[in-house]
Design a protein around this ligand. Structure first.
Ligand SMILES: NC(=O)C1=CN([C@@H]2O[C@H](COP(=O)(O)OP(=O)(O)OC[C@H]3O[C@@H](n4cnc5c(N)ncnc54)[C@H](O)[C@@H]3O)[C@@H](O)[C@H]2O)C=CC1
Ligand SMILES: N[C@@H](CC=O)C(=O)O
Ligand code: NA
Length: 442
């Protein structure tokens, strides 16, 4: 190859096929149009969208699709000779999204995706395919939207042994908890706002039941610990049962409630869970509100660090997708786990009952003598030590036959706590299943 042909192939456009033109797909096209000069300069060559696919050809997405090849069947876009890189922005761990990514990697074409569900569940197989075919697979947008979380873990902390990774990983849940706390609006209204703003997944139960955060934690933990983590071993709880009452009690106790995904590698193995947590109101992570996410890492040498930014929405997510495309154009790509794929089976997280912690327990109990004695007797029998107790909220209605009661424990084993909750739930004086929330102190 002569030097002039080498130069011209380098400056030839990188041609993109985008499957999925929703919040993120349309956002990527908008960003590539708006920032065309800047992106070309940084990528060393122009990035041109040549082909697209989505469900509804007639929908107005606010971006110009004229001149682009349209595919009714997204996987067909992969074989288009004018597509060098496939961008998968459909979503979902199975079906068309998976078919598009597998077909592209099998054809040796680089893939950029924002699809955390796909990576959390099929990451090991896709990483193997990517390595076998020397086809890069990049997914910065899949974790914490616009925050360069993948780059931080896989590149910025490449030299360190990570002990802990996680944070606030779902923008929809953080938005809901923040707006409920600040305005007292009900859960359903705030969720509808989050959907309207383009934050929520196609099926928002994926967000509010904690699965989306668990997908992201699975990916992050795999990168942090250098090998894939089994998604099904991650303990997952969502925010459906957190009420205005809990947000108010948390405030009284000096905490805020956040949905945290946290993975720790200790002497006994991997701990990985997504759960609502009480965090001290002056902790840095407690200040991360609205659609903002925060990714916290702790390295043996680097110590603790936290990066914060918008975890969802068209602009931030498109920014992460386009950054991956620039990396591909520059030839700057690395293997999925930061090391070459191996056949090591995925890491299994320990059962959550093996852990310890301090807990907030909110009950609705009959307002009569002896109730507190019954409940504290259960805690005593289960070996759970009580730190404090709260009874009335400012919103308490005295006519209500049931009153809220909040118990805060000292450090205890999770197994003992689960036993205590089951027994307390069985008491006649307790109505409604107790709400148990872990207390994070650092
Ligand atoms: N919305 C957000 O803030 C973020 C989304 N993501 C991820 O980005 C991906 C896309 O998300 P959104 O843009 O929010 O979704 P969306 O629901 O707004 O858009 C999905 C697009 O895929 C198209 N599509 C669906 N089924 C298809 C099929 N069988 N063939 C061709 N096209 C099909 C739809 O027509 C639509 O254009 C998902 O994996 C999501 O988890 C990641 C980070 C943030
Ligand atoms: N639904 C997700 C979107 C980004 O990953 C979220 O709310 O965080
Ligand atoms: Na990101």
């Amino acid at each position: 190859m002569t030097s002039s042909s080498s130069t011209s192939s380098h400056t030839a456009p990188l041609r993109l096929g985008i499957a999925g033109l929703g919040t993120v797909g349309a956002g990527v096209i908008r960003l590539l149009n708006t920032n065309a000069d800047l992106v070309t300069a940084r990528a060393g060559r122009p990035l041109h969208v040549t082909a697209v696919s989505a469900r509804d050809r007639t929908r107005d997405r606010g971006v110009d699709l004229s001149g682009l090849r349209w595919y009714e069947n997204a996987p067909d876009l992969v074989a288009d000779p004018d597509v060098d890189v496939v961008v998968e922005l459909i979503g979902g761990s199975e079906g068309t999204a998976r078919a598009v990514v597998e077909a592209a990697l099998a054809a040796g074409k680089p893939v950029v995706t924002a699809n955390k569900a796909l990576l959390a569940i099929h990451g090991p197989a896709l990483a193997r395919l990517s390595a076998e075919k020397s086809a890069p697979l990049l997914f910065e947008a899949a974790v914490a939207g616009g925050i360069p979380a993948i780059k931080m873990v896989r590149e910025g902390l490449a030299a360190d042994r990570l002990l802990r990774i996680g944070g606030i990983l779902n923008g929809t849940c953080n938005y809901i908890l923040t707006v409920m706390r600040e305005t007292g609006k009900d859960f359903g209204t705030v969720l509808a706002d989050a959907q309207q703003l383009g934050y929520a997944e196609a099926d928002p139960s994926t967000d509010i039941d904690g699965l989306d955060a668990a997908h992201k934690l699975t990916i992050l933990a795999g990168l942090a610990f250098g090998r894939p983590v089994a998604f099904n071993s991650v303990h997952v709880e969502g925010i459906r049962r957190i009420g205005a009452l809990d947000l108010s009690f948390a405030r009284t106790l000096g905490y805020r409630i956040k949905l945290l995904g946290m993975a720790r590698m200790g002497e006994t193995g991997l701990e990985a869970r997504v759960t609502p947590c009480l965090v001290p109101e002056n902790a840095p992570i407690a200040q991360v509100d609205g659609v903002f996410n925060a990714v916290v890492a702790e390295g043996a040498f680097a110590g603790r660090l936290m990066i914060e930014g918008r975890g969802a929405g068209a602009g931030p997510t498109a920014s992460a997708v386009a950054a991956d495309l620039i990396d591909i154009a520059r030839g700057h790509t690395i293997p999925v786990w930061g090391v070459q794929a191996t056949d090591t089976p995925p890491l299994q997280a320990n059962p959550v009952s093996a852990g310890t912690g301090a807990f907030y327990l909110r009950l609705l109990v009959e307002d009569r003598p002896g109730v507190i004695a019954d409940i504290t007797a259960v805690l005593r029998d289960c070996g759970v030590s009580l730190r404090s107790m709260l009874q009335h909220t400012p919103e308490q209605n005295d006519a209500d036959p049931y009153v809220p009661l909040v118990l805060v424990t000292h450090q205890t084993s999770e197994a003992a706590m689960q036993d205590a909750v089951t027994r307390i739930d069985g008491l006649d004086v307790v109505t409604d299943t107790p709400v148990m929330i872990r207390i994070e102190t650092d």
